[in-house]
Design a protein around this ligand. Sequence first.
Ligand code: CA
Length: 225
Amino acid sequence: MLKAFLFDMDGVLFDSMPGHAVAWVKAVERYGLSMTAEEVYMNEGRTGAGTINALAQRTWGRDATADEIRDIYAAKSEAFNSYFLAKGEAPVMPGVADVLNNVRARGLMRVIVTGSGQHSLLDNLNRHFPGMFSPEFMVTAFDVKQGKPFPEPYLMGLKKAGISAGEAIVVENAPLGVQAAKAAGIFTVAVNTGPLPDSALWDAGADKVYADMRALLEDLDNLLA
Ligand code: CA
């Protein structure tokens, strides 16, 4: 019996990943680390600290210090905000409002499970989708010890909603996000809104892969049947 949809945020609700890619590449370079745009997409879903530690291990052979993590993540957030300041803001993913309205009309709960700790994006949710999400049904970087690809964020999403894995469907766009959801035992739909091949999502364990949110909407009746 389906009770809830658990939505990832970046790359699912907002077309914000191009900004994250530019911001990460630019910010880590200032601190003597390096990351390609493709690596940003492959690491999508990790917490900021998790990503920074992986880069620090690769270049420095050690984890980043708490100060380094704070500074680099602040530089990344600033670069992200200035990227979208020039364009207005991160746009809503095409088709997402229809998917959300459809899910709500079916009486299903909407839960957010994101690795993001950027307040601007969290504020955007309420502005763009008023009444659609409630703060007690949100899992962010502030709630978990181990971010995606660990199952903790999705397990916490289930817990907050008071449901079991078999009563939920996850919508993700990133390989590590799919891995996290599958590790939590949840049926996982991937929307491939970025530059990676579909195989990256299938290989991560996705149960379905759609080209975008519109394609998911068109297949929703079929999916729920
Ligand atoms: Ca994502």
